[in-house]
Write a protein that binds this ligand. Structure first.
Ligand SMILES: C[S@@+](CC[C@H](N)C(=O)[O-])C[C@H]1O[C@@H](n2cnc3c(N)ncnc32)[C@H](O)[C@@H]1O
Length: 451
């Protein structure tokens, strides 16, 4: 996960795995005077349907199971005092088998002021062109919200379906742009936080949760109350950081419309609960969110460009602990793999925010299943530092417990690097190799053909 909100410090799990990940320390300046708002409006532009490839089927890596952890045949969740909840194999798992198959995020957002924000649909995360070999030549969308000018869409359909969220976030987005108290990465975090509380609002409004039309990429099964059970590491955050979180919380309270807040917190008691929840949610985002990214091939077949475009929160994927010698890796959805890798055809949900967790080696029954939140090629000292500063924990994986100079652990870690890390000449991608038929494919720089 690198790259969760570190921005607050925007770091999200697994964003670290790419060399393009940013981990900016955001500064939250003094609160501006923010006027209370009672309305949040969204104006839509003239509907122009952009030619989109979103309805195409795609082939994605051959995966054996289509079940999420909650009802998974091959894994289950356990708990320990030292590492909290963790996932273990219920049975022997073969290399290449999926542990989590195509998980969609509970909430997801584009980075604030992302350079490609006009080329990726803010609702379905589809690209504006599936043929362009370069993001610079990929055309901009024309459909957008012209009140905030922050969200862009591939189609009228996506714009309409996103309205259920956007009508509640638009005003805060607008105020955020003129506010100098938060930096860019902090504003990305605020965007994701808004999505979370809008989700809470919608769940309260419609307990049956038939709220999100079929094109939405967000998971329908997981509920807000489940998200609140995710790890916070609350007592590991500095007082200064919690003060920053409180400033964000105040900003949100002042900019969200009153009707909206009344639904979430109808009484004073619930107002306090809401304020505390916001702090808790910011900690949850920092410890659990994932980087949203994808790769596209450049003009020469041997080079690929990696784009980190947003952050998302996944419930099932948040159950995995980190290991510096992981036995699974995260595989990001692609449009079409160069060679058909499976006869299994999956309906394309049109986004890069969907991912799967795949075994990179055989896993024995009862063994812990974990992936890497950060680049495992870093030295042990640097890995420990990074995990502590970005994710607020002291790593207790087999490579990290014990003496820094322990020869056996240094040796097994370097054997892991030798066998499972991509050695692509196209850059030090440090991706993890996962098996696909008889090949090994890098989860970061693997060739993806956008057709
Ligand atoms: C994404 S959550 C993983 C699930 C978590 N254990 C839970 O109970 O919800 C990340 C958190 O799990 C714990 N964790 C993950 N990997 C760990 C490791 N290698 N050593 C110690 N704690 C770890 C840390 O508290 C970390 O912030």
């Amino acid at each position: 996960m690198e790259d969760l909100l570190t921005s607050l410090n925007t770091t999200s799990i697994a964003s670290d795995i790419s060399n393009t990940t940013t981990n900016t320390v955001s500064s939250v300046k003094n609160i501006d005077t923010i006027t209370n708002s009672t309305t949040s409006t969204t104006t839509t532009t003239t509907p122009t349907i952009i030619n989109s490839e979103n309805d195409k089927d795609i082939l994605i890596p051959a995966l054996l199971s289509s079940e999420l952890i909650s009802n998974s045949k091959n894994s289950m969740i356990k708990q320990s005092k030292e590492k909290g909840r963790y996932v273990v194999a219920k049975q022997d798992i073969k290399s290449g088998e999926s542990i989590v198959f195509r998980e969609e995020p509970y909430v997801v957002c584009m980075n604030y002021k992302d350079p490609y924000e006009r080329k990726i649909c803010h609702h379905c995360f589809g690209l504006s062109s599936t043929t362009s070999k370069s993001m610079t030549t990929t055309p901009d969308f024309t459909l957008h919200c012209d009140t905030c000018n922050i969200v862009w869409y591939c189609s009228n359909h996506c714009q309409l379906n996103d309205l259920i969220y956007h009508k509640h976030e638009c005003f805060t987005y607008k105020r955020m742009q003129s506010s100098s108290q938060f930096d860019t990465s902090c504003k990305t975090s605020i965007k994701l936080l808004l999505k979370l509380i809008i989700k809470q609002y919608l769940e309260i409004k419609d307990q049956s949760l038939s709220l999100n039309p079929s094109s939405s990429i967000e998971s329908k099964e997981v509920r807000f109350k489940d998200i609140l059970t995710l790890e916070t590491n609350l007592n590991k955050f500095s007082t200064q950081r919690i003060t920053e979180f409180r400033m964000i919380s105040k900003f949100i309270e002042k900019t969200m419309d009153k009707e909206f807040l009344k639904v979430i917190c109808p009484t004073n008691k619930e107002v306090i609960e809401f304020q505390n929840n916001l702090i808790k949610l910011m900690c949850i985002l920092e410890c659990n969110s994932h980087d949203i990214s994808f790769t596209i091939p450049q003009s020469t077949k041997s080079s690929y460009e990696y784009f980190s475009i947003g952050i998302g929160l996944y419930y099932h994927s948040s159950m995995f602990n980190h290991s510096c010698t992981p036995n699974i890796c995260k595989v990001i959805e692609s449009k079409q793999h160069p060679q058909p890798i499976s006869t299994e055809k999956v309906q394309y949900s049109g986004n890069f925010a969907t991912h799967s967790m795949i075994a990179i080696k055989d896993i024995k029954k009862d063994e812990e299943i974990s992936f890497n939140y950060i680049q495992v090629t870093l030295s042990k000292v640097d890995r420990l530092k990074k995990l502590e500063s970005s994710y607020h924990f002291q790593c207790k994986c087999p490579s990290c417990i014990g003496d820094v100079n322990n020869k056996a652990s240094i040796k097994s870690h370097s054997q892991f690097i030798e066998k499972h890390i991509c050695k692509s000449k196209t850059g030090n991608c440090s991706g993890i190799l996962f098996p696909l038929n008889d090949n090994l494919i890098c989860n970061i720089c693997r060739p993806i053909i956008l057709k």
